[in-house]
Design a binder for this molecule. Structure first.
Ligand SMILES: [Zn+2]
Ligand SMILES: [Zn+2]
Length: 258
């Protein structure tokens, strides 16, 4: 049986359960990056927060941490929404680099939303750790060359909190699809500190173009109200970047005309 036929058989195994039946694993190099950055991320996060808060303490600005915590939670939600919207709306599974690592998982997730529940912790958060580690490395470097700046220290605390919220996003997303999440996860969902399942289900409901934020979902009502993503799409169309749907339509019209 060829790989594609085998995949098709597996895809059809559980069409209504939310599970594809496909066991997909990262390649060895990607897997190495996922595991290594999952180990490095908490170390860099701890160093950034420790050094930045120590500096704020010396400058008697430690109270700014109280401001950084909600900013980090909202910032993480915004990053999750923008990345999710971009992966749902642009490019294809065949686009180099982002196609297999970002676009494909999100598109497959819409067909088989429960596949995410089968991922272990590293498979769940590893992709984001790969992106978060260089950001935290840059923050450490900036604090090293500008040791006296209070505003840099405040910015680093905010950025570090955004990265931790973003890294945790797929875990919160996974909980939102689990049939039996843990007691702690259920409490966090009830208190709306993390993505609540009924709220997230609105994204998995027609027309599938709302509620992109999946860390805690706090920004979804506001972004829906101001039509943030539709306006962003209109702006990008204006500068010549078309959505995947618009591109497919244009190509099918060209094929029909020929
Ligand atoms: Zn989506
Ligand atoms: Zn989902």
């Amino acid at each position: 049986m060829s790989a594609s036929v085998k995949d098709k058989v597996l895809l059809e195994r559980n069409p209504s359960s939310g599970y594809s039946g496909i066991e997909e694993h990262s390649g060895p190099w990607h897997s190495f990056l996922e595991y290594s950055t999952c180990l490095v991320f908490p170390v860099l996060f701890g160093l950034n927060v420790h050094w930045a808060t120590s500096r704020l303490y010396e400058l008697e600005l430690l109270w700014l941490v109280a401001l950084a915590i909600p900013l980090g939670a909202v910032g993480g939600d915004l990053v999750s929404g923008v990345v999710h919207w971009a992966a749902d709306t642009y490019c294809s599974e065949k686009t180099p680099v982002v196609g297999p690592s970002l676009v494909k998982p999100f598109r497959m997730h819409h067909i088989y939303p429960r596949d995410i529940c089968r991922h272990n912790l590293v498979e769940t958060v590893g992709n984001v750790c790969i992106l978060a580690v260089p950001v935290l490395g840059l923050c450490l470097y900036l604090m090293w060359i500008m040791p006296q700046s209070g505003w840099l220290a405040f910015t680093v605390v905010c950025v570090a909190l955004v990265t931790v919220a973003t890294v945790a996003t797929n875990q919160f997303h996974k909980w939102a699809h689990q049939e039996h999440p843990s007691t702690v996860a259920r409490w966090l969902q009830r208190t709306r500190l993390v993505l609540e399942p009924a709220h997230h289900q609105l994204h998995h409901t027609e027309p599938f173009n709302k509620h992109y934020c999946i860390t805690n979902g706090w920004l979804n009502p506001l972004l829906n109200k101001i039509q943030f993503f539709r306006r962003l799409e209109a702006t990008l169309t204006f500068v010549g970047i078309e959505t995947a749907k618009a591109k497919d339509k244009r190509l099918s019209r060209t094929t029909t005309a020929e």
